[in-house]
Design a binder for this molecule. Sequence first.
Ligand code: SF4
Length: 561
Amino acid sequence: MELTLWTYEGPPHVGAMRIATSMEGVHYVLHAPQGDTYADLLFTMIERRGLRPPVTYTTFQARDLGGDTAELVQRSIRQAVDRFQPDALLVGESCTAELIQDQPGALAAGMNLGVPMVNLELPAYSKKENWGAAETVYQLVRTLLKPQLPAPGTPKPSPSRWREEGRRPRVNLLGPSLLGFRCRDDVLEITRLLAEHGIDVAVVAPLGARPADLERIPTADANVCLYPEVAGPVCSWLERSFGTPVVRTVPIGIGATATFLRELHGVLDLALPAELQEVEGQPSEAERRSRLPWYSKSVDSTYLTGKRVFIFADATHAIAASRIASKELGFQVVGLGSYSREQAREVRAAAAELGLEALITDDYLVVEKAMAEAAAELVLGTQMERHSAKRLGLPCAVISAPLHVQDVPARYSPQMGWEGANVIFDSWVHPLMMGLEEHLIGMFRHDFEFVDGHRSHLGDGAPAAASGADQEGSMATATVPTPAPATTATTGPAPGTTTAGAAVREALESLWTADGEAELAKIPFFVRGKVRKNTEAFARERGLERIDAEALYDAKAHFSR
Ligand code: SF4
């Protein structure tokens, strides 16, 4: 048992639904209790789709459990095939159905349906949504490509066979799906980028593909694994079974987009265009197509240098964000983590590059605590981190699923490629206080309107927890954050803070003299929490009985050494 209030991922059958709904001509029969149709709303409301998901639920009720639920499964399958006439059928169970073990896939296999059928075995009590999505794509592709499997010992096709065949090279874009982060526009952006380099797209899957498209997958010269959470296993299987090379660099960010293009040219044996040649210490000509390098270099961005950023997302977006933040925007990454356990190794490696230990968890309270302790000035995360950051009064931008309706925008908003980097620059910098305002608030602290923590470009007042000591108080005391709204935060222990934690906090607070507090209040609000913690650590280490202005500046000198 695990007490859970928020969850980063749904059960694995929601992952399977994402695949069925992303595709056309696929139908999913889901053995599930009455009420599981809630998942339809993810697609009709968050993705704002105008069609019902292609899912038939058996919707059994308590009274059905006394009867023959297997018969109900067979009836549902038969009706779904007759009514929707799919090109391929998925059959599986939700969490509750898994317990009654009707084995709907085995039942469907014995029904002679006349359509390719995939029996989805998704362990709902040990795996989650992304795993379910990846397993569904993998099983579907495997089933459909079975007749094409090359005999053992068949030589691998050359990725440059396009040359002998007198055509342009072509690749598959694998992994984009509904409820993925900005997949719709990423596909457009990458398709355009490839076209500029004379590379065609053979199949995009699962998003928008039909089963017949999946059957064309082996005709491509390489597979581009755009979203490893969804397409990692299928790409590895295609590489093993068909010898199709995989491009694994995910083109999010300037450096990653350039690396992706170089890797792709290498795999396809294409001559590297001059604009992609690396120039010592300078962005290549291609990289200058995005405005991000110049924007982040221009003097207005100087104040971004060293901003403390905390990143928590799915593995793909977390890793990409950490590289953009540290290498392309000059931020200091003070926390990096992910809820994607399947890609934990890659996240740990990216964190190690930054001298950090990765936070791998699916407990948002652990993330919120780490965020508060890191004294971040900007949070890049999921919808959960947006809520946590709001409680802590921190600026935040959403960079990954789980997402909310505002992250399926009407406008073109990719994350990948050159234009994706432009979108990223704008959306990450937007929540921060603008440079001039930051400077002026640091200099003049008594304005009645532009108070501490105020971000006038967001059109709001000061963050609720940000006025004066409240801001740093809430950051420093949030050792056990609670869902209490930020407006209730005070300089005292946060509601829900442990008694022991409160006692320690109180003891520390009593050390501060009036002139120490006054000096602390002069520090700009976004770093004040960090300064308070450092000074208290310094005082504890030295056994100081009081923290006055002098102790504060001694601590400052100590930590800046
Ligand atoms: S079967 Fe699973 S997804 Fe459906 S209501 Fe129960 S716990 Fe939720």
